[in-house]
Structure formats: C-alpha cells, structure tokens
Design a binder for this molecule. Structure first.
Ligand SMILES: NC(=O)c1ccc[n+]([C@@H]2O[C@H](COP(=O)([O-])OP(=O)(O)OC[C@H]3O[C@@H](n4cnc5c(N)ncnc54)[C@H](OP(=O)(O)O)[C@@H]3O)[C@@H](O)[C@H]2O)c1
Length: 206
C-alpha cells in the first residue's frame, strides 16, 4: 500500500513510518517543509515530500499533524487529497491541573475534517502511543478504527493490522471517533496516575 503521512515529521508520524516500512508498505513522509520531510525521511529509509506532493499517488493518507493543525491542513489540501481515503489519528486535548480533558466539541475532529474533504475520512489508532509504536516489537495492543465508508475502513484496518500484535478492530461509524479521540485523554491520565504506558486490549470478542 502507498501511504502518505501528512505531518509525518512528528513523533507519531516517524514511529508509524518505521512500522509501515517494516510491514512492506511504501511510505511518503509529508511536511509543510520539503527539506524537513526529506531529512526525516532519509533517517527512516522512506520517501519525503511536502504534504501536498506526498498525497498525490497515495492509496491512503494519514493525517498525523499536530491536532491543532489538522483542520487547516485538510482544508488546504482538499484538491490534492481529492477522493483518496484519509485516516485521522488526531485527538484534541486540554491539559489542566486536574488532568487531561477531551475536546468539548459535540463533533469529533475527524467528522470536522470530513466536512472539509471530498474523499472518505476514517479515524483510528488513537490509543497507540508513538513511543510504543516506535519500539522494537509491535505493540501488544489492539487498534481501533471507525468510519462510514466500507472500502476506506477496510484499507485502514489492513494498515492497522500490520502495526500491532493484537487485532485491528472495526469500532463502527465515524461518529465513534468522538469516543476514540476522547480515549486518548483517558490513556494520558492513566499513564500519569500509574506512571505507565497504557494501551487497549478489547476482551469478549470471538
Ligand atoms: N504522540 C502520540 O503518542 C500520539 C498517539 C496517537 C495519536 N496521536 C496524534 O497524532 C498526531 C501527531 O502527533 P505528534 O505527537 O507526532 O505531534 P507533533 O509532533 O506535535 O506534530 C506532528 C507534526 O505536525 C506538523 N505541524 C505542527 N503544527 C502544525 C500546523 N499548525 N499545521 C500543520 N502541521 C503542523 C509538524 O510537521 P511539519 O512542521 O514538518 O509540517 C509536526 O512535526 C496528533 O494529532 C496526535 O493527536 C499522537
């Protein structure tokens, strides 16, 4: 699969690129800056390009920019992304003295990204931390993906299945993204409280 990682120069994008390359996918690491993309990509043994060029021949685009830049990036790349399926991994979080809070918006970030694009948006991988994703072994976790478009979701589930030693699970329609994005806040709070690296394993499924 040809995968473009938009905002791929960050912690999550570089960890994802490493796992995807190892799984045999063709990865193009995207950035707002071509030189930054090229430098990061060289270190990882993948290709690098501007976000706009990265997405051109992709089978799947992963929107892995800092969450605050996700909507703006989708809006700016609408023409370049076209009808290419896009996987949104972003969670908007608010850090407070009482803990990490999920976004207060009624609509998930992924649904708002969908409103900016012509192609199908799916959401997932929110519970996979960059640090574990980039480790020696595939994370001993499940990966959750949701979306309304069956083909786009199947593609994202195929990609997710190669990232973890657990299962890639279909978590329902794109509206579930609100819960998946909020789950990141729960995981960060667990990590702070127990000083660990929490991940998700779903039980009770056949
Ligand atoms: N870190 C994790 O453990 C983790 C886990 C699950 C999901 N996620 C999600 O994955 C995404 C990336 O996480 P990260 O930790 O890798 O983030 P990050 O390092 O803060 O940012 C990733 C990249 O986003 C680009 N960027 C920054 N500000 C931007 C803006 N205003 N507009 C467009 N692009 C911008 C930068 O790339 P250029 O400057 O090169 O363009 C940066 O390298 C986030 O949305 C996060 O919610 C992260």
């Amino acid at each position: 699969m040809r995968v473009a990682i938009l905002g791929g120069t960050g912690a999550f994008g570089t960890a994802l690129a490493t796992r995807l390359r190892e799984a045999g996918h063709h990865v193009v690491l995207g950035s707002r800056d071509a030189e930054r993309a090229a430098a990061a990509a060289r270190d990882l043994g993948v290709d690098g390009a501007t976000n706009e060029d990265a997405v051109r021949d992709a089978d799947l685009a992963v929107l892995a920019t800092k969450a605050e830049g996700a909507l703006e990036t989708a809006r700016a790349l609408r023409a370049a992304i076209g009808t290419t399926p896009l996987l949104s991994v972003a969670s908007e979080l608010t850090f407070t003295p009482a803990g990490v809070l999920p976004a207060p918006d009624a609509q998930s970030l992924a649904e708002r990204v969908q409103a900016e694009l012509d192609g199908p948006v799916v959401a997932g991988l929110h519970s996979l931390a960059a640090s574990t994703l980039g480790g020696e072994e595939a994370p001993d976790e499940d990966a959750l993906v949701c979306g309304d478009d069956a083909d786009a979701k199947a593609l994202a589930l195929e990609l997710a299945g190669g990232l973890v030693s657990g299962r890639a699970l279909d978590a329902g329609p794109l509206a579930s993204a609100r819960a998946l994005e909020g789950l990141t806040a729960v995981i960060v709070n667990l990590n702070k409280r127990y000083r660990g690296h929490a991940g998700i394993r779903v039980t009770g499924l056949p």
